[in-house]
Design a protein around this ligand. Structure first.
Ligand code: ADP
Ligand code: MG
Length: 262
């Protein structure tokens, strides 16, 4: 990989208990600045553990996680989390706060005054296509699932982090909403020059969205490559099994389209 990685795992393991098998097992992986990386793998394979190690929600049992070259264990976690936005599957908006207040939580914590917070909230609402005049004073209960996720993305971007971590952000949404949101998010990633690490259950989403896909299996990185590389990989049984479904769907659709135009 050319240039210094933004995020690097060096032989990282994580054990939650002395008796249990490692949730992550000797993982080494590098993420380049500006990359959009999808993490895919079965439930319990260690995806959320991997993500949490980046912003020190979780501490490694062995190995080193580096952010901009620094061992994250030596970095102030609060400062680190300001540089790294996080989007959760359940969003976690506070129900008694308006959307603008929810989005401006971190700005308030770091002492921005009201005028600046309001300006930033409106800017972010615009960015995620929730027109501020209509949305700034709404409460979370007055939003659809997709709108809530947009608000979650806005909140994660509040203090201009360069990195966004997402743990199955769109998993609970219906297909069309998910498709619209993930495409809009990819545009934001490109426009803002972000680095994104996104966990997804959906291999097709990963293939269509990401520059690189990391396949994780029982705490190990089974593969790490471009969607193109992984689609063509016939040697690795874990990868083949995972890519088989999108490949067959694509083939079936292509065949159908041909028939339609014949
Ligand atoms: P995924 O996100 O891929 O579903 P996780 O990283 O959440 O996987 O979990 C990996 C393994 O670590 C699982 O076996 C899970 O039960 C275990 N694990 C995760 N978090 C904890 C925790 N806080 N305490 C104990 N075990 C945990
Ligand atoms: Mg998880």
């Amino acid at each position: 990989m050319a240039g210094a990685p933004l995020i690097a795992f060096e032989n990282v393991s994580k054990r939650y208990g002395a008796e249990s098998p490692p949730a992550l097992d000797d993982v080494s992986i590098e993420i380049a600045p500006g990359a959009f990386v999808a993490i895919v793998g079965q439930s319990g394979s260690g995806k959320s553990t991997l993500l949490g190690l980046i912003n020190r929600l979780i501490d490694p049992s062995a190995g080193v996680v580096r952010f901009e070259g620094e061992d994250v264990q030596r970095v102030d976690p609060i400062g680190l989390r300001r540089r790294i936005g996080y989007v959760f599957q359940d969003v976690g908006l506070f129900p008694h706060m308006t959307l603008a207040e929810n989005i401006a939580i971190t700005p308030r914590l770091i002492g921005w005054d009201m005028t600046r917070r309001k300006g930033r909230a409106d800017e972010l609402l615009d960015l995620v296509q929730l027109p501020p005049a209509d949305f700034r004073d709404r409460f979370p209960a007055e939003l659809s699932g997709g709108q809530r996720q947009r608000a979650g993305v806005a909140r994660a971007l509040a203090v201009q982090p360069h990195v966004i971590l997402m743990d199955e952000p769109f998993g609970a949404l219906d297909l069309r909403t998910r498709d619209a949101l993930s495409r809009d998010y990819r545009k934001l990633h490109d426009a803002l020059g972000l680095t994104t690490v996104m966990i997804t259950h959906d291999v097709i989403e990963a293939v269509l969205l990401a520059d690189r896909i990391a396949v994780i299996h029982e705490g190990k990185i089974a593969a790490y490559g471009t969607p193109h590389d992984l689609m063509r990989d016939q040697a690795n049984p874990d990868v083949r099994a995972l890519m088989d479904m999108p490949r067959r769907q694509a083939e079936r659709l292509t065949a159908l389209m041909r028939k339609g135009s014949a």
